[in-house]
Design a protein around this ligand. Structure first.
Ligand SMILES: Cc1ncc(COP(=O)(O)O)c(C=O)c1O
Length: 383
């Protein structure tokens, strides 16, 4: 499978290495959106089924991606923050108990827990990154595991760190959570779609993934898995679509008790979005077809040599077994940020600056030409 770039419209003049910020849309995903807009021109063609069929299809495709046997465990959410807030609303937590987060975690997976901790008089514990460049990822994983104790009731984190790409061993984290009776909430934003995630192996209590990064979909929609822990929980909102038998569409004026099955109670209001769902379906179909193994192999192939060169130039990059191939941080010498930014701009290389790292995030539309531009920019500053 080569020439994936043709599926996109990315200028040859730029090296777009920033999927961790915003994936480009594929042409077919954009076309699906246009068809969605066309539907709104003629709303008299909409049927009751239109409110459910596409969201259900997207859920099934997402369930396939994460190896979840029951698509009714998947809710449509508007953002990572939305899906995480629904989990936070329903985790059992008492005064004095602990919520574990990782160092410099993304704000959408921090503020909500800070607020919950305040309300419940619970404590946020931060598993700090070790201040070392030797086996950093391995040590950070140890720190996380050692920070989970009998008072920990929630562990909420990503599968990789969003800024530097450090890979977290969620299977081990799950085991530790089981030992102490803690919930595991996973922000899958920076991995799911590009890196393998098996819900049956990792057994998170919730997994939240917005569509606009590695799912290659549109902005303002995402999907979230909620496990049995949340089966009797209360959602963030109470739209008509989540009420029991809403899909039967009788639309009488009788109010009903209860919700649709599984985790469908966590669907956001207007989850039927007629533009975003068809786009999401197309993107998920393609991601499933590519497979995460293909994406990882491609990214590994095009980054292997360039990473060696970056290391030669004195940059620190996480060891290969402690990171994914689709997202990695390059730690550059202090005091050189300005020069590096200028060089990257000159070579039209698009990456993100996150903390002390330049975050590089390739995908199947990238090739060695893109990576060479990145290297040229670094060489200009550091050799
Ligand atoms: C780890 C992580 N979580 C979540 C998000 C996005 O959160 P939201 O969907 O709430 O905007 C990002 C965006 O960069 C991210 O890197």
């Amino acid at each position: 499978m080569n020439n994936q770039r043709k599926k996109f419209e990315i200028s040859r003049k730029v090296a777009y290495l920033n999927c961790a910020n915003m994936s480009p849309l594929m042409k077919k995903v954009a076309n699906a959106g246009k068809k969605g807009i066309a539907k709104k021109f003629k709303p008299y063609n909409l049927t009751g089924d239109d409110y459910f069929n596409d969201p259900h299809t997207a859920k099934k495709l997402f369930a396939q991606l994460i190896n979840c046997p029951d698509w009714k465990r998947i809710a449509t959410v508007g953002s990572a923050a939305y899906g995480i807030a629904a989990a936070a609303k329903n985790v059992p937590l008492k005064k004095g108990e602990k919520i574990l987060v990782t160092d410099e975690q993304f704000p959408s997976n921090y503020y909500v827990w800070k607020q919950l901790a305040k309300e419940k008089e619970a404590e946020i514990v931060v598993a700090a990154a070790p201040d070392t460049t030797e086996r950093r990822g391995e040590k950070w994983n140890e720190i996380i595991l050692n920070s989970i104790d009998s008072q920990t009731k929630v562990v909420t984190m990503g599968q990789v760190h969003w800024a530097d790409g450090t890979l977290f061993d969620l299977v081990k984290v799950r085991e530790k959570c089981d030992e102490v009776g803690a919930a595991l909430i996973v922000d899958g934003t920076q991995t799911v779609g590009a890196y393998p995630f098996d819900v049956q192996q990792i057994r998170p209590d919730a997994l939240i993934v917005p569509a606009y990064k590695w799912l290659m979909g549109p902005y303002s929609i995402g999907l979230a898995y909620y496990g049995e822990m949340f089966d009797n929980g209360q959602p963030l909102e109470y739209p008509w679509v989540t009420a029991k038998d809403a899909d039967k569409f009788s639309m009488g004026m009788e109010y009903v008790d209860g919700f649709r099955p599984g985790s469908l109670r966590y669907d956001m209001g207007q989850m039927s979005n007629f533009i975003l769902n068809p786009m999401l379906i197309q993107s998920l179909k393609q991601v499933n077809q590519w497979t995460t193994n293909f994406i990882q192999t491609h990214c590994s192939d095009i980054t292997h040599e360039p990473i060696l060169r970056l290391k030669e130039l004195g940059m620190y990059i996480e060891d290969e077994d402690s990171r994914g191939h689709h997202i990695f941080g390059v730690k550059y010498p202090e005091g050189t940020l300005d020069q590096l930014q200028k060089a990257l701009k000159k070579h039209r290389v698009f990456v993100s600056f996150r903390g002390k790292f330049v975050r590089v995030a390739p995908h199947v539309y990238n090739d060695t030409r893109d990576m060479n531009k990145l290297i040229r920019a670094f060489e200009e500053v550091y050799s």
